[in-house]
Design a protein around this ligand. Sequence first.
Ligand code: NAD
Ligand code: WQD
Length: 336
Amino acid sequence: MNILLTGGLGYIGSHTAVELLNAGHDVLVIDNLCNSSIDVKDRIEEITDKQIQFIETDIRIKEDIDNVFANNKIDAVIHFAGLKAVGESVQNPLYYYENNIAGTINLLQVMQKYNVKNLVFSSSATVYGTCQEMPLSEDSPTGAVNPYGRTKLFIEEMLKDLYTSDPSFNIIILRYFNPVGAHDSGIIGENPRGIPNNLMPYIARVSVGILDELSIYGDDYDTKDGTGVRDYIHVVDLACGHVASIDKLSENCGLAIYNLGTGTGYSVLEVVNEFNKVCGGKVKYKIAPRRDGDIAEYYASPKKANDELHWQAKKDLHSMCESTYNYQIKELNKNK
Ligand code: NAD
Ligand code: WQD
């Protein structure tokens, strides 16, 4: 199939492009490069030995998006493009609503105009409300608690309304848990600008001496060792979940929501200890106060995705840490 990836040079999009190309699909990427770099295109091509088409544009520019659809045969869209930093979304909510929601409305209107009605949307476990029974299933109550999370929840609601009004759409909403890790090649991975907010990239930068020490936000949660527990999923497994979703769209699946997680929760200390096995103990840490807005523990039930997408996460915590470290070392050497 010919698949359009919005935000396809970003962290999850680039790994998905590789898996789609490996599965024999053709890939067209649009990205405004606000959180990625053009080099990623070459790296995707180097890994796969296949070409992708790239158009630098913004989903908020409707004429440009219209041109993309007018000039290319597109069978399905995977919509990654969006801003994702929770703290920034609290500081600048209108930027998030404009980019994520207005951008998505443009995209959907153009898809409808050109009769392209197969969509996979990047949602997030952040749409689940707090204080829930674990594991989280797709039926667990939603209730996002910050502007970023609300953009995801509002888009999910918009997609349900769109499907009700036009059931010729096939829409798969994927709720990612905590994506980490990098491609085995070590040449694509997560490379946030500035100081990372998320655990794994922060640990990676401590491991190579770019940052001094990790602050573990709280060791007094009601969890196995007192530190926060999350369902970390290897980005390559996540990428394969998108290939499985593309297959599912061809069955005329209607609208479906799937959790993409492993079903296993790891604590911050477990992640640090595993990473230290990989890097030779270079991750120093201290215990710091809890971070505002954090919850103790969440992890997925991936059963629905296992059953209906015939997809299962295969990579373990060791592989998540090892691939992250490998990528971080390569990035460091590249910049020397
Ligand atoms: P990323 O920032 O690495 O990738 C997003 C890409 O979209 C970037 O390349 C960016 O330049 C591009 N982009 C942003 N706004 C755009 C616009 N208006 N027009 C065109 N391109 C635009 O993020 P990621 O981690 O790859 O996340 C991809 C999607 O998955 C996002 O929608 C994110 O909200 C969602 N998600 C991510 C996580 C996570 O922890 N990484 C978890 C759950 C959901
Ligand atoms: C994981 C654990 C922290 C950093 C975020 C978004 C969510 C989704 C995924 C997009 C927690 C602890 C972290 C540090 C730490 N993104 N931690 N020291 O908060 O589960 O989810 O990314 O949709 O919306 O909120 O991920 O990696 O920030 O934190 O101790 O320096 O690591 O307290 O327990 P989180 P995270």
